[in-house]
Design a binder for this molecule. Structure first.
Ligand SMILES: [Cu+2]
Length: 287
């Protein structure tokens, strides 16, 4: 009977291991959807690794604690003639052990976490600076070195569909609420430093695949940085993650990561164009 129980426990563990340890490829489907993305930067992968390490430590602790509890309840119940063991009460040796073990576990988790925090906040040696200004409700991007600047707002088709009684089925809109008119364009394999601020209330610039979530505070400039893997060009999406008013849900972040050569060409094209007139404060109210 005990063997059968162990078998079930083993089976459950194996299932959990398959689910949680699923490779990045399945991140956008099935079990992957309930977990955080692995992402496309060195930092995002490290954050994911740390998160999984903490997850498995929690699983291990749960198995040990609940295992002992359930085992005690079954095999040491009074109906079986068990007599309470009072030697555990105020037992110095036991108390030292069950204080020391959690302390060691916490230290073993805190050291890699602190190291990663330092790495996340290392914004030195950036090759490209972009000023990100949040406003109600959109983002302004200014490429500091080249002077290219534009405003990024909810894409027209998704904006039309979200209006009350629009009659447009949101399911018919691609990337509903997660698309913008002018995405931020960045080169891959290049360390990008963001200078994040706001002109009105607090917003937060978040792209899960980059492991970047930085508050945009009026009157302050926060720094964040990321380097998209050279072999992972693509479109990455995020959202404002600080409740910033009525249209908080309608100011997504879209970043198009392209090769450095494509980026240089894009930047040249932008510089040739007349600058976009709309300043954040003067941006047309929507919805
Ligand atoms: Cu916002």
């Amino acid at each position: 009977m005990q063997r059968a129980r162990l078998g079930i426990l083993g089976g459950t563990l194996a299932l959990l291991a398959t689910a949680a340890g699923a490779p990045a490829a399945s991140a956008q489907s099935g079990w992957g959807l309930i977990n955080m993305p692995v992402g496309v930067t060195d930092v995002s992968r490290k954050i994911y690794g740390l998160h999984m390490m903490a997850f498995w430590v929690c699983v291990g602790i749960a198995i040990v604690v609940f295992g002992v509890m359930i085992w005690s309840l079954i095999f040491h119940r009074r109906a079986r003639g068990a007599v309470a063991d009072v030697t555990l009460v105020h037992n110095t040796k036991v108390e030292i052990i069950w204080t020391a073990i959690p302390v060691l576990i916490l230290i073993s988790m805190a050291v890699p976490a602190a190291n990663l925090l330092v790495k996340i906040n290392d914004n030195s040696h950036a090759q490209l600076d972009i000023r990100v200004t949040g406003f109600q409700w959109g983002w302004q991007y200014q490429y500091v070195q080249s002077g290219v600047s534009f405003v990024s707002k909810l894409a027209y088709d998704t904006d039309a569909a979200r209006q009350l009684d629009s009659g447009i089925d949101p399911d018919s809109v691609k990337n509903y609420l997660l698309d913008v008119d002018h995405p931020l364009v960045v080169p891959t394999g290049t360390k990008i430093r963001l200078l994040v601020t706001s002109v009105d209330v607090i917003h937060s610039w978040w792209v899960p695949d980059f492991g970047v979530k930085k508050d945009a505070l009026p009157g302050f400039i926060n720094e964040a940085s990321f380097t998209v893997d050279a072999d992972k060009p693509g479109v990455y999406r995020g959202q404002c993650t600080e409740l910033c008013g009525r249209d908080h849900a309608y100011m997504p972040v879209v970043v198009r990561a392209v090769s450095p050569a494509d980026f240089a060409a894009w930047l040249k094209q932008q510089q040739a164009q007349p600058p976009q007139a709309a300043a954040p404060a003067a941006a047309a109210p929507s919805g």
